[in-house]
Design a protein around this ligand. Structure first.
Ligand SMILES: [Fe+2]
Length: 196
């Protein structure tokens, strides 16, 4: 069996400037994401040890902590990859453009819905665009914390972290500005890859 590992970023820490500064990205990746990786691994070690020693665990607490930390790790891993160096007029292309137009009428409508989903997260959470194979459509979901309101088997193709730890150094409490700037840094090629 494998341990969870912190993935390396596919770019340098200062590559997301001016969306996210080097300092903010470093803390987010090296401290916050790392802590979910460490926690997930240590919980699983605890589970393994309890099995070896045949001791009892608080299964409810274990299940809750595992869900939170593994989801945190997976979401952050997706988040790093669906960003790239910011640019002006960073618009969707190819398959995702067609799907957005088909599902949301146009890009501006999609952008508004996704942004408002992110803005209205109470406390900490995520806005995510998912593809549902069953309904054959794009669905926007709002994840509270890392693991509440998730829908099983939806394929997450674009995620935005709106925990304060993602933006507080750069934006203080201005989540709306952070969300607005996110649009310049989306890697649409990665989103297209996830659809396939
Ligand atoms: Fe985060």
């Amino acid at each position: 069996m494998n341990n969870y590992e912190l993935p390396e970023l596919p770019y340098e820490y200062n590559d997301l400037v001016p969306f996210i500064t080097k300092e903010q990205l470093e803390i987010h990746h090296q401290k916050h994401h790392q802590s979910y990786v460490n926690n997930a691994n240590s919980i699983l070690t605890k589970v393994d040890e309890a099995r070896e020693n045949n001791t009892e665990l608080d299964q409810k607490a274990i299940a809750k902590e595992l869900s939170f930390n593994i989801s945190g790790h997976i979401l952050h891993s997706l988040f790093w990859l669906n960003m790239k160096k910011p640019q002006e007029n960073n618009l969707p292309n190819n398959n995702i453009l067609g799907l957005i137009n088909k599902n949301f009428s146009n890009f501006e409508r999609f952008k508004k819905e996704f942004s408002n989903t992110a803005l209205s997260v109470e406390g900490s959470g995520w806005s995510a665009l998912a593809y549902d194979n069953i309904a054959d459509r794009l669905i926007i979901i709002q994840i509270e914390k890392h693991n509440v309101n998730l829908v099983p088997k939806l394929n997450l193709i674009l995620v935005l972290d709106v925990w304060e730890h993602a933006y507080y150094l750069d934006y203080k409490n201005d989540r709306a500005k952070y969300i607005e700037n996110f649009w310049s840094a989306i890697d649409w090629n990665e989103v297209n890859t996830r659809i396939q």
